[in-house]
Design a protein around this ligand. Structure first.
Ligand code: CO
Length: 155
């Protein structure tokens, strides 16, 4: 597999509203997207942009790695267990881009990595799957097909 860009870091939170205030007021985030429900995954999601380049570099500040805030939608949410163990929330998963999701999945399967569920459409509207943390050095890992267009940067 060819490792792609670190698209986002998934951060579980008991309150997206509180986390938005934190990233805005403490961390100085200037681009915070509108939260939305991702019913299939049982979570409310909010993306916070980090710039691709540091301020003053003269380079474009779009296209940086995002923070994906995730809050349980209900009592059945798959992240409730994580929040029970980590009441403050915290780092939940990493998401790397790949050029071809089917090829990446086949390669993980060949290596005996445990893939969690089917390939499905993720929060960016592109196909994703998750790989078990026990096969990934302790890190729940999301693999995401690189968006054909950066549509999500403009919302
Ligand atoms: Co994610």
């Amino acid at each position: 597999m060819k490792l792609g860009r670190l698209n986002h870091i998934g951060v579980a939170t008991p309150s997206i509203a509180d986390s938005i205030a934190f990233y805005r007021d403490v961390m100085g985030a200037t681009k915070i997207h509108t939260p939305f429900d991702l019913e299939e995954q049982g979570v409310k999601v909010c993306f916070v942009d980090t710039p691709a380049h540091s301020t003053g570099s003269g380079l474009s500040d779009s296209g940086g790695t995002q923070i994906e805030l995730i809050e349980p939608l209900d009592a059945d949410s798959p992240i409730n267990g994580f929040l029970a163990k980590n009441p403050l929330g915290g780092q939940h998963h990493l998401c790397f881009e790949v050029p071809d999701i089917a090829e990446a999945r086949a390669e993980f399967e060949e290596q005996g990595k445990r893939i969690l569920g089917p390939t499905r459409i993720g929060a960016h509207g592109t196909p994703i799957f998750f790989v078990h943390p026990k096969d990934m050095g302790g890190m729940l890992t999301e693999i995401m097909e690189t968006p054909r267009e950066d549509a999500h940067w403009s919302n």
